[in-house]
Ligand binder design. Structure first.
Ligand code: IMP
Ligand code: MG
Length: 168
């Protein structure tokens, strides 16, 4: 396994993104929706560095089976909060094709959200995701390889690694 982004490098980048998010939502009530399971690691670190009062909810979504995209997104749980009248920040661990975020953005807007933005710790295939829209905040742009750690899994394993690595 080759480590791409160390624990220290991730922590520093998370603080930078949190500072930008804090400036952006200053004076606006913020609701963070963390996309489970992969987004909970970045999400938990990010919200603790955002210096604003905020609401947190989570939603389950998956577009991958094993190591290939199956090309559609399943929403696996419901939100506890209503999105109506809220400024929503979606948090996921990775943007690959962008399908997951595009689908959830659509879902949240359909529930009456005032605005929807997104943050991911890594973006992989910028060219492929262009069609579905990029994230508003991206930690790192990674090579197009299969990554694990910091929420990224292979068959639900490796999520707890504190770094992001290429799985060979
Ligand atoms: P998208 O919908 O194609 O942007 O893919 C997002 C989802 O695909 C993520 O939430 C991950 O679960 C999964 N995924 C994409 N690339 C990788 C990877 O390199 N390692 C592990 N999971 C990945
Ligand atoms: Mg996954």
């Amino acid at each position: 396994m080759k480590i791409l982004y160390s624990q220290e490098k991730i922590a520093a980048r998370v603080r930078e993104i949190a500072a930008e998010v804090t400036r952006f939502y200053e004076g606006k009530p913020l609701t963070v929706i963390i996309i489970a399971s992969g987004g909970v690691f970045f999400g938990a670190d990010l919200i603790r560095e955002i210096k604003l009062p905020l609401w947190v909810d989570s939603i389950g979504a998956a577009s991958y089976i094993d190591d290939r995209s199956c090309g559609r997104v399943s929403v696996r749980s419901k939100l506890k909060l209503s999105c109506a009248g809220r400024h929503i920040l979606l948090v996921d661990e990775i943007l690959d094709t962008g399908l997951t975020l595009a689908e959830l953005r659509h879902y949240v807007l359909g529930q009456g959200a005032l605005s929807v933005r997104s943050a991911v710790i890594v973006a992989k295939d910028i060219a492929r995701s262009q069609a579905n829209g990029l994230a508003d905040w991206t930690g790192f742009v990674a090579p197009n390889r299969f990554l694990v750690g910091y929420g990224l899994d292979f068959r639900e394993e490796y999520r707890n690694l504190p770094y992001i690595a290429i799985l060979d």
